[in-house]
Ligand binder design. Structure first.
Ligand SMILES: NC(=O)c1ccc[n+]([C@@H]2O[C@H](COP(=O)([O-])OP(=O)(O)OC[C@H]3O[C@@H](n4cnc5c(N)ncnc54)[C@H](OP(=O)(O)O)[C@@H]3O)[C@@H](O)[C@H]2O)c1
Length: 179
């Protein structure tokens, strides 16, 4: 059974990008790429990923029009976005159908929700978000794109420091109203 994980970095006050969709505040932080809860080990267990259109546009801009992922990727959008050269499938609406397709594509590997926060929330709303891994950067931003704009009960499973970052892994309880 695949795990569905929202793996992301955040400011201390709960934003994953500033109000201009900039990640400058994040990319300048010091981290040990082999340290706790690191991206490479996480990514090695991933078989499919999903992101919203703002994240997609940021990635394509950041990579100068190329696509960095070799895995099947879904991009949620209600618009007709330009296709990049890579395995990218555009989808819209209910995330349950996308989750089914991702699970089939991932085989025995896990699913990564890249962001943004509301998209992770859509998976949580339908009981399909299993865990959250966050790298908390030592900055506050005041405003920006929210980490996860929902009320959820979480359980802290793992906690560590990676140089500038506080790193935490949480499991997600059942959606509210289901117990
Ligand atoms: N700190 C980090 O590690 C990290 C990680 C990921 C992302 N980011 C950044 O955080 C920001 C996130 O932006 P964001 O909060 O706007 O979130 P986003 O999820 O990237 O984009 C949101 C957009 O996706 C589309 N969408 C989402 N769900 C949909 C659905 N079910 N059906 C159809 N369309 C759907 C909608 O746009 P349209 O329908 O208009 O296309 C929506 O406005 C970006 O700047 C990104 O680069 C940071």
């Amino acid at each position: 059974m695949s795990l569905t994980t929202y793996y992301t970095a955040t400011s201390l006050d709960g934003f994953i990008a500033d109000e201009h969709h900039s990640l400058e505040w994040l990319l300048r932080q010091d981290q040990d790429e082999a340290g706790p809860l690191n991206y490479d080990e996480f990514f090695a267990r991933i078989g499919a990923l999903v992101m919203g259109s703002a994240t997609y546009e940021w990635v394509v801009r950041h990579e100068n029009g190329t696509w960095p992922f070799q895995l099947p990727a879904w991009v949620m959008t209600s618009r007709d976005l330009p296709q990049v050269d890579g395995d990218v499938r555009f989808a819209r609406g209910d995330v349950r159908a996308v989750h089914d397709e991702m699970t089939a594509a991932a085989g025995d590997k896990n699913l990564w929700i890249v962001g943004g926060g509301d998209l992770a929330g859509q998976f949580a709303d339908t009981g399909l978000l299993d865990e959250i891994i966050t790298y908390v950067a030592p900055v506050t931003l005041g405003r920006g794109a929210p980490l996860l704009p929902r009320r959820l009960d979480l359980r802290l499973e793992e906690l560590a420091q990676n140089k500038a970052f506080a790193c935490a892994r949480y499991s997600v309880g059942p959606p509210r109203g289901s117990h």
